[in-house]
Structure formats: structure tokens, C-alpha cells
Ligand binder design. Sequence first.
Ligand code: BG6
Length: 498
Amino acid sequence: MTQHSDQRPTMSSRVIPVEPFDLVIFGGTGDLARRKILPGLFRRFCAGQMPPQARVIGAARTDMDTAGFRTMVAEAIKEFSGSYSFTQAKLDAFLARIEYLAIDARGEKGWAELAELMSDEGRVEAYYFSVSPALFGDLAERLQKWGMADASARIVVEKPFGRDLETARALNKTLATYFDESQIYRIDHYLGKETVQNLMAVRFGNMLFEPLWNAQYVDHIQITVAETVGVGGRGEYYDKSGAMRDMVQNHLMQLLCLIAMEPPARFDPDAVRDEKLKVIRALDPVLAHHIIRGQYQAEPMNEAEAPGYRTAVGDARSRTESFIALKTHISNWRWAGTPFYLRTGKRMEARSSEITVVFKETPHSIFSEDAGKHRNVLSIRLQPNEGITLGVTIKEPGPGGMRLIDVPLDMSFAEALEEGAESVDAYERLIMDVIRGNQTLFMRGDEVEAAWGWTDPIIEGWEARNDVPKPYESGSDGPTDSTELMRRDGREWRKVTA
Ligand code: BG6
């Protein structure tokens, strides 16, 4: 389905400016702010979506003045904007919208000044909690104490949202003391990715797929999020989380929901989130022998730069997993009997996130030689090289009888939508949604709790068994047991390729 340039659809390229806003970033000097939030806002500013009157207020513990913060923001934008080209004039105009306040999340310092800054009426007020979750409650409480938690204020909360059901419930309860659910934006940045939303467009905007989207026609579904990076400098956090808490409970579960949910009646926040919640609640518990956990080993020739997991986290006996593969089922009418295989890991052979829907064989093959060999495979690539590939079976060209081969109908989004298509980072999109007051791509409190409700027994199970993760080679597709998990069922993982 690669399109010729004269057939490319015309983009509407509509950028609708959002209302004037004041966005306070708690943790404004932190890694996420520097890498994602501030460069993302800058791109929206350049695109004309961030109105010129909008203000971004960095708030953090560090003693610094606005000039110092602006210098830091400029450096972050230069460092993390990749190939994005901009002019100094644009950068200066953006920096003029930036302010800084040194604030103490647990004390009184800075709060009176912040309340004063935020006293302008008639602007959207958003507070981004880009800080340790231990401070979420303190921030919420102080916002209320200083009169900033009025009905129109919004808070944006980063993951991790709790580390199990109990802590997530407690956090929901704390936030609910100060804010209504409609004011709380729980970020899962996977929901802001272009192709993740495309999942919904493909499923619910086309007649072609939905009739086949069920256990009768689908053999199984695979979701892989493979990364080449290791834990890097995040060892301390990561070793307390592991792949299950860091990736599966949130990102992979969200993908699973979008691929498996019933069509919502409308594309509105609660209609979509109600359907996602039903999927999570219908998930079966996972059997112990359907879970494979792994830990990456050092690169043999490059141990100094690519240490093994245990060295990277500084614990020679760590039992935390950097890889997980599991098989689960969704017990409802649509999916009963269809296995879902989920897999994610660090230091794998390629960076690739992909959802693969493998259809069943035709009920009867009229081409006897090829009986049972061919299946349609729909693969949705989230990153890199976003696109959709549908494997179809055709006749092998040439004489010599009726031999069948599988060929891909390939639709690379970058190629199909080249002109006018604008790539928008997940954070840019999500922050603009906060300002617009659209919660569709944010997790609701009950969704997060249900997700922990499913993952908790899995984690408790391996803790009770004293499970030790299997070592796997850096640059591989995980432990061999993961391959076996599929082979036992007569199936194969799709190859992880960039
Ligand atoms: C984060 C995890 O939520 O997602 C990281 O904490 C992971 O461990 C990252 O590397 C992956 O995000 P992306 O957008 O690079 O796929």
C-alpha cells in the first residue's frame, strides 16, 4: 500500500491554538522536564499552538533565578530537540514566556510567590508533578492550602503511580482529597504516541478489520516493546521496579486494552476508558509457567561500557527482571480462547515496539501443497518507523504450478503521509490535551487500580517462589525460555527488528 506521491492524502495540518495557560512544572530542573516537557512545549510554541500569552513556570528546590533557568531551558532545547530546526528569535520568544521559582514541596518556601504568580483570572492553570511520587501528596496539599486547587485547576501526575494496588489506592485517595477526578491527568506517555492512537483509528475507522477482530478469526496477539538501552543511570529506581512495574503494568497494559477493547460508543474520555477498564477486569490470572523473567548480561567484549544488569544496579544478587514475557487470556465473548503474549525487555537486539495480530489459517486449503502454512499477519509498528504491515498470501510469480508466498502490504506512515505530516512527540500532545481539558489519553484512577490488581498476584507469585530471573545475552531477543513459551504452543515470536 505504499502510495505514489500524487496519491498522497492532503494533510489538513490544522494547528488550533489552545487557550492561554499557566503551566507550573514541579521538578522543572529535572531530567524529564529537560528532555521532554520543555522541548515539547517549545515545539508547540513554534507550531503556533501555544498562545503567546502562555507562561511556563519552572519550580524546583534548586536556588536559581529566572535568568539561570532560561539558560538551562535553552541548553535543554538545543540538546534534546534532535534534528528540529528553529531560529534564535523563536527560542528567545519562547524563553520570554518562562519563569522560575525556588520552592520547597514540604516546606513554606516559594508558595506565597507562586500563589501570587498564579492569581491571574481567566487562564487555564495546570500543575505538572514531575517529581518523586513521595511528594505528590505534599504538592496537592500545598496547592490547596495556598488557594491554587480551585475547580478549574488541573494536575498532571507522572508514573510510577504507586507500586502496587494498596499504594495506588492510597495515592488516589490522597489526590481525591484535594482534586476531583476530572482535574487529575495521570500520564502514560505511550498513550500519546501517534501510532497508539492510530490503533483506534485503524480499528474503529475501518470496516475491514473489526468483523475479524475476535477469537473466531484471530489465532493470537503479540505485543513486544523491546529496547536496546540498559537501565543506565536509573539503576536505583529500576531495581525496585523491574520490567513488570516499569513497563507491563502501564504501557503494555494500555496497548493490550486498545487492541482488545470493545468499540466505545463515542470517542470521549469516559466512553473510551470504560471500555479499557472492562478489558483489564476480564484478564485472567497468569499461571506461573506462563511467565518468563530475565536479566541481561554484560556485553562480553565491552563490559565497561555495557555492564550486565546486576553490575548496572550495583547489586550482585538482584532478582529484579529487566525482561519479561508472559501469556494471558481475556475472558469475555470476543476473546475467549485467544492467547495474548506480552514481552518487553532492555538491552535487546533492536529498539522495536510492535503489536502483531496473527489470524487463523483458512478453514480449508484448496492448494493442497501449502495447506496450513499461510496466515495473515497484521503488524502495527509503534516505533521506530511507524506503520502497518499486512501479510497477505499470493501466488508466487512464474510458471510451475500454484505455489503460494506471503508478501507484505506495507504502509509506512512516514512515506504515505510525507507532505504536511507533522511528527508530534507524545509529551507535546499530552500537555496540549491537559490544557484543552481532554482526558481521553490519560488513565483514570480505577483503571490504574485495576491494572495493579492484575499485576500484584503475578509479582507476589514469583516473590513467594523465590524466582530468579534467567540470564540473557545483551543484544538478544531475551532468554531462550521466552522462545519456548511460544514454541510449546506451536507459535513463534515475531523477530525483533528495527
Ligand atoms: C518509561 C520507562 O516509562 O518508558 C523506561 O520507565 C522506558 O524504562 C521508557 O525506557 C520507554 O519509552 P519509549 O517512549 O522510549 O518507548
